[in-house]
Design a protein around this ligand. Structure first.
Ligand code: ZN
Length: 141
């Protein structure tokens, strides 16, 4: 009887885990100082303004993580949460792409501001150094 009684609890826990975006291993972290600079640049190119302090930053160890559209290097959550794969945490475009979602308070990539105004997509981003390798995983939610 005891082992049967545990079953509904396990099912309930699985249901809770499926609710909300929470990639394995994600942890809260303090954004580096340059992020404030990137935030200001993203406000400037989009003409939008928002509160940098309100964003909750989460880092996910590794090159990518599971997201609804496949494997992502970044993901924005409407609750002002930004998830970044640790391998991409220093990539200006990846980070600013997610910042722009927070400033717009929506997902999707209308142009402007994506592309026209803010070149924050793989297609429109032109980094100063051309040596960066083409990423295999590059989905940005
Ligand atoms: Zn996106």
């Amino acid at each position: 009887m005891l082992h049967r009684a545990r079953f509904p609890l396990v099912a309930f826990a699985a249901l809770l885990a499926a609710c909300g975006f929470d990639p394995a291993g994600s942890q809260a972290w303090e954004p580096p100082a340059v992020y404030q600079e990137w935030w200001a640049k993203t406000e400037a190119c989009s003409g939008l303004s928002g509160d940098f302090e309100r964003v909750e930053w989460l880092i996910v160890p590794g090159p990518s993580f599971r997201c609804s559209s496949g494997d992502c290097v970044g993901h924005w959550d409407p609750g002002h949460k930004i998830f970044v794969a640790s391998d991409w945490a220093a990539h200006e475009m990846v980070v600013r792409h997610e910042m722009l979602h927070d400033l717009m308070r929506r997902s999707g990539h209308p142009s402007p501001p994506f592309g026209h105004g803010c070149p924050l997509t793989w297609e429109t981003w032109h980094p100063a150094q051309q040596s960066s390798p083409t990423p295999t995983v590059k989905l940005l939610d």
